[in-house]
Design a protein. Structure first.
Length: 276
């Protein structure tokens, strides 16, 4: 298992000549927060917030960062706000293969390797696979080579009609879960690459059930499982996604570690046989 690097999404450019005000207003409206509520959170006044949003007042660097914090603006977009307000970006974007991230990279490698035989992988902000363990590679067996060309994208691999999709027993439910997850990310981030990926995978055809095919017997789970066929068996997993707490780097802020936890004893038993 090796960490691989891919190109990262370029920062969103600030509207020329408009300052940070329109961007801050857009984030406030996206979060459905009134000027008064934001002012109370940021220890300011609704009048001052209004002046900032309309360009009548230039916010200090500290105020830009304070408002961004209370609006839960992603780290990449905080840099865009600072640039629009006339300040230098605060957060670096360190390449994942930079020596400064050696400890982080090694830690992620150990984490997902130690999770074997259960599947685990590391993805970036647009779901490109940066690292994957042998459990993930086991699930990818039999996928056509052209879909495995870098950069690997977990959404394409999962939902493409020649990827995992034909093997997923509960494809419609799992597809709906993944698309809803991407919609939430799009609402949180102003990412055109993520929106383009969503439009691409949402347009993939969903195969109809075969004539006379009975739907799978519903099984009570504590969360929606991924039910995927492998070697004549149906394996069931529950997905968990972890991110880093209070990141101070754009690259680190956009990393996510996804682990697939076996959802039933049969899946546990089968995966254990692969390493025994």
């Amino acid at each position: 298992m090796t960490i691989v690097t891919t190109g990262t999404a370029a920062p969103q450019a600030a509207p020329a000549g408009k300052g940070a005000g329109p961007l801050l207003r857009a984030w406030r409206e996206r979060r459905r927060i009134s000027q008064l509520e934001l002012a109370l959170r940021a220890d300011s006044s609704a009048r001052h917030i209004s002046f900032i949003e309309t360009g009548r007042s230039r916010p200090s660097e500290e105020m830009v960062l304070r408002l961004a914090e209370h609006l839960d603006v992603p780290v990449r977009e905080r840099n865009a706000l600072l640039l629009a307000a006339g300040y230098a970006p605060r957060y670096p974007e360190t390449p994942l293969d930079d020596p400064a991230l050696d400890a982080l990279r090694t830690g992620m490698e150990r984490l997902i390797t130690g999770y074997e035989p259960y599947p685990a992988l590391v993805v970036d902000a647009v779901y490109n696979v940066l690292a994957a363990n042998r459990g993930i590679m086991m699930l990818m067996e039999g996928i056509p080579g052209e879909l495995l060309q870098p950069p690997l994208n977990v959404m394409r691999l999962t939902l493409h009609p020649r990827g995992l999709a034909p093997r997923i027993r509960n494809l419609r439910e799992w597809r709906g879960h993944l698309l809803a997850q991407m919609e939430r990310q799009i609402a949180l981030h102003r990412s055109e690459p993520l929106r383009a990926l969503y439009e691409e995978v949402a347009a993939y055809p969903v195969p109809d059930a075969a004539p006379g095919e009975e739907p799978a017997e519903p099984v009570p789970y504590f969360a929606l499982p991924l039910q995927v066929e492998h070697a004549g068996r149906t394996l069931s997993f529950i997905s968990s996604i972890s991110t880093f707490n209070t990141p101070m780097d754009v690259t680190v802020a956009e990393l996510a570690i996804e682990t697939l936890l076996p959802a039933d004893p049969a899946t546990v038993k089968y995966l254990q046989t692969l390493v025994s």
